[in-house]
Design a protein around this ligand. Structure first.
Ligand code: NAD
Length: 456
C-alpha cells in the first residue's frame, strides 16, 4: 500500500505559509498553468490520440481550448470574486456590519476519469488554484499517456508541495483517500462516487461529486426535426458516446418517429461518413472490457443504423437501436458509448413518469417549439442541467454551474462556481464598540418583553 502521508504533510505545511492565498500568487499560478498547457499542447494532442484516438479537432475543442478559455475567464474575474463581500445587516444587529470572506480549504484532492482525461483533471484545478488551495491531482489509469504528460507538465511548472499529479489506479486513490484532506473533488461513476463519499466521511471532508447516469433526450412532435437530429448526433457520438452528458437514450413522439429517424441517419452519414470505422478521426472505446460491455447491447432491439464493430481497433460505429423497451439491458445503466436506443411515446406525462421513476439524470435534452411543453418538463423533472433544442452545449458556458443532482452528483463547478466550490465562505460580523445595546443580556429588566417585540 502506498503511503502519501509525507506528501500531505508537505502540502499542508506549504499551505500554512499562506503563500497560496495571496491573490497575486494565484493569478501568476493561473497564468503559469495556461502557459504550461500552451507549451505542452502538441504533446497533449498526441497523448489523447494514443489513449483514445481523439482527433486534433476534438482534443483541442473539448479538452485543451475549453480549459484555456476557463483560465482566461477566471483571470478576468478573480480579483472581484476573491474580495470579501459586504452583505446586508438586519435591524436587530444595529451597530454592526456583515461580510463574507471566501477562504481556501487547504489541501485538495482532484480525482479524474478517463473520458476527457485532460479537461476533467485541469478544469477543477483552475478552481482550486483560483481559490488559493494546494492540490493533488489523480488522473485515470485508463488513459496512461495523458496522465503521464499531465504529470510531467505539472512537475515542470509547479513545486510538489503546491500542485502535484499522482499517477495510479484504484490503490493510489484509496491510499490518498486514507489521508485527511480538506476537500475532495471527484469526477467518475456513481458506484465509485459512493466509495469516495464514504471515505470522505471518515475525516468529514467536504466533497463535490460529478457523477453520471442515463440522460434522456426528448423529441416532441413539434420539434425542428432536422436540427434536432443533427444536434443529437453531434452530442451523442462525440468522443464515441463516452461523454457524461451525452444523450443516453431518445424518447421520440410516435407521430414523427420515422421522419426523425431518417434525419438522424442523414446526420450521422454527414458527420461520420458511410464507413465510420475507417474514419481516422473517430474516437475509440477506452478498453476491451468497455468494448465487450457495449457490444453485448447490439443484440437488443433492432439496429436501425450502424452496428459495425472492430475489436482489434476497439471501435463501434455510431449505432441507433429501435424497438427498445425499459426491459432491455441497454436501459439498465448509463451506456457511455456510441449506442443510442430510441423509445417512443404518445403522451408526454408517460415520459415524465418514467424519467422521475429513475435516478435523477445528470442532463436532460428537450426538442420542442412549445414554451408550455418546455416549462412543464422543467417543472416536473429534476436533473443536473441541460438544453432546450440542443445537446451538451450548456457545459461550455462559464455562466452556467455544471453538476448533477441526487444520483448524478453533488455540487457544481465552472466559472465562478468553481471558485465558490473550492472556497469556504467565512461569515464575519464586525461589531461597533461605540455603544452596547443591553437587550440581549439576561439581567435586563423586561428583557423578554423587548425581545418578543423585536422577534415578532
Ligand atoms: P470511475 O468511477 O471508474 O473512475 C474515476 C476515477 O476514480 C479514476 O481516477 C479511478 O482511478 C478512480 N477509482 C476507481 N475506482 C476507485 C475506487 N474503488 N476507489 C477510489 N478511486 C477509484 O469512472 P470512469 O470509468 O473513469 O469514468 C466514467 C464515469 O464517469 C461515467 O459514469 C461518467 O458518467 C462519469 N463522468 C462524469 C462526469 C461529470 O462531469 N459529471 C464527467 C465525466 C465522466
Amino acid at each position: 500500500m502506498f503511503n502519501y502521508a509525507d506528501l500531505l504533510l508537505k502540502q499542508r505545511a506549504y499551505f500554512q505559509t499562506g503563500e497560496t492565498k495571496d491573490l497575486a500568487f494565484r493569478i501568476e499560478a493561473l497564468q503559469k498553468l495556461g502557459n504550461a498547457i500552451r507549451e505542452g499542447e502538441q504533446q497533449l494532442i498526441q497523448s489523447l490520440k494514443d489513449d483514445l484516438n481523439k482527433s486534433e479537432f476534438d482534443a483541442y475543442s473539448t479538452e485543451i481550448g475549453i480549459v484555456l478559455e476557463e483560465i482566461r475567464f477566471t483571470l478576468k474575474n478573480l480579483r472581484r470574486w476573491a474580495k470579501p463581500r459586504k452583505v446586508k445587516t438586519p435591524f436587530t444587529h444595529i451597530g454592526s456590519k456583515s461580510y463574507i470572506y471566501p477562504e481556501p480549504y487547504g489541501v485538495t484532492l482532484i480525482i479524474a476519469p478517463w473520458n476527457y482525461p485532460f479537461q476533467l483533471a485541469i478544469a477543477p484545478l483552475i478552481g482550486a488554484i483560483a481559490a488559493g488551495n494546494c492540490a493533488i491531482v489523480k488522473p485515470s489509469e485508463l488513459t496512461p499517456r495523458t496522465s503521464e504528460v499531465l504529470a510531467e507538465l505539472m512537475k515542470r511548472h509547479f513545486p510538489k508541495e503546491y500542485i502535484t499529479v499522482v499517477e495510479g489506479g484504484v490503490e493510489t486513490s484509496e491510499a490518498l483517500l486514507n489521508e485527511r484532506l480538506d476537500y475532495i473533488f471527484f469526477t467518475g461513476s456513481v458506484e465509485v462516487g459512493k466509495i469516495i463519499m464514504k471515505a470522505a466521511s471518515k475525516h468529514l471532508t467536504p466533497v463535490t461529486l460529478e457523477l453520471g447516469g442515463k440522460s434522456p433526450c426528448i423529441v416532441h412532435q413539434d420539434a425542428n426535426l432536422k436540427i434536432a437530429a443533427k444536434r443529437i448526433a453531434w452530442g451523442k457520438f462525440m468522443n464515441a458516446g463516452q461523454t457524461c452528458i451525452a444523450p443516453d437514450y431518445i424518447y421520440v413522439h410516435k407521430s414523427i418517429k420515422e421522419a426523425f429517424l431518417t434525419h438522424l441517419r442523414n446526420a450521422l452519414t454527414e458527420l461520420y461518413g458511410l464507413e465510420p470505422l475507417k474514419n481516422m478521426e473517430y474516437t475509440r472505446i477506452v478498453s476491451k472490457r468497455h468494448f465487450n460491455r457495449l457490444e453485448s447491447f447490439l443484440s437488443e432491439g433492432s439496429i436501425f443504423h450502424g452496428g459495425e464493430t472492430s475489436l482489434e481497433q476497439l471501435l463501434i460505429s455510431p449505432t441507433v437501436l429501435t424497438d427498445i423497451t425499459w426491459e432491455d439491458k441497454v436501459m439498465d445503466n448509463e451506456i457511455f458509448g456510441p449506442i443510442l436506443p430510441v423509445l417512443e411515446y404518445e403522451q408526454l406525462p408517460e415520459v415524465v413518469t418514467e424519467i422521475v421513476n429513475h435516478p435523477k439524470p445528470l442532463a436532460l435534452y428537450l426538442f420542442t417549439e412549445s414554451n408550455t411543453v418546455q416549462e412543464k418538463i422543467l417543472a416536473h423533472v429534476s436533473f443536473g442541467g441541460g438544453c432546450i433544442n440542443d445537446t451538451v452545449y450548456h457545459i461550455s458556458s462559464p455562466y452556467l454551474p455544471f453538476g448533477g443532482v441526487g444520483n448524478s452528483g453533488t455540487g457544481a463547478y465552472h466559472g465562478k462556481e468553481s471558485f465558490d466550490t473550492f472556497s469556504h465562505k467565512k461569515s464575519i460580523l464586525k461589531q461597533t464598540t461605540l455603544f452596547d445595546i443591553p437587550l440581549r443580556y439576561p439581567n435586563v429588566k423586561n428583557g423578554l418583553k423587548y425581545i418578543k417585540m423585536v422577534f415578532k
